[in-house]
Design a protein. Structure first.
Length: 172
């Protein structure tokens, strides 16, 4: 297996990202290209990909993260825009996926560390995510802990990520 090189995601990566999404998630968790493109446009510095050395177009893994109001949750498969005005922001880790051939080599951790450095540069202090497909254990190894959604509106948004969705938090 070739060494993987990490770099910030660009819009040209989105077709390959959609291919990895199709391999890694059950159908009800597939998000549209437009929804993912809006996340990249919101925060290009905190969205990263990994590709084999010498083959920058052949993605092995991707990670979407962006800032978001701490007391809210981005809508699953929705188009995001920067519409907040004041209030606490969190580093929202939206979607991490490693293509099956690249799993188990530490790629996810490396992507998270790269994006985290950008989140720290942006001055973010807390991080939140929604764990799906039983990945809460993996995030727990990074220090994320389950928290209860505060209020009915947040609970409804969390439910849109699926019955098994778990809201988690840690310091950046
Ligand atoms: C979860 C995922 C991102 C981990 O990527 P990865 O690059 O293989 O992770 P790493 O190499 O850093 O870590 C591998 C370790 O995590 C463990 N692991 C993998 N998936 C896990 C899960 N769902 N829950 C708990 N541990 C998990 C592996 O068993 C391995 O353990 P080991 O180090 O003791 O051998 C990857 O398995 C994946 O893309 N899964 C499908 C998409 C998904 O569910 N994403 C998370 C949505 S919140």
């Amino acid at each position: 297996m070739r060494e993987s090189i990490l770099r910030p995601m660009t819009p040209a990566d989105l077709p390959a990202v959609l291919g990895i999404q199709a391999q890694c998630y059950r159908g009800t968790l597939h998000e549209s290209g437009a929804a993912l493109a809006s996340r990249l446009a919101l925060s290009p510095a905190t969205c990263w990909v990994a590709a084999p050395a010498g083959r920058p177009e052949a993605l092995a893994a991707y990670l979407f993260t962006h800032m978001w109001p701490q007391d809210s949750l981005p809508p699953f498969d929705g188009l995001l825009a920067r519409h907040w005005d004041g209030g606490e922001l969190t580093w929202f880790v939206h979607d991490m996926a490693v293509a099956p051939a690249g799993q188990g080599q530490g790629l996810a951790l490396r992507l998270w560390q790269a994006a985290r450095a950008a989140a720290l540069d942006a001055g973010l202090c807390s991080s939140r995510l929604v764990a799906v497909q039983s990945a809460a254990g993996w995030w727990g190894r990074l220090g994320y802990q389950q928290i209860a959604p505060a209020g009915a509106a947040l609970s409804a948004k969390l439910a849109a990520y699926g019955d098994d969705a778990v809201l988690m938090e840690r310091e950046v």
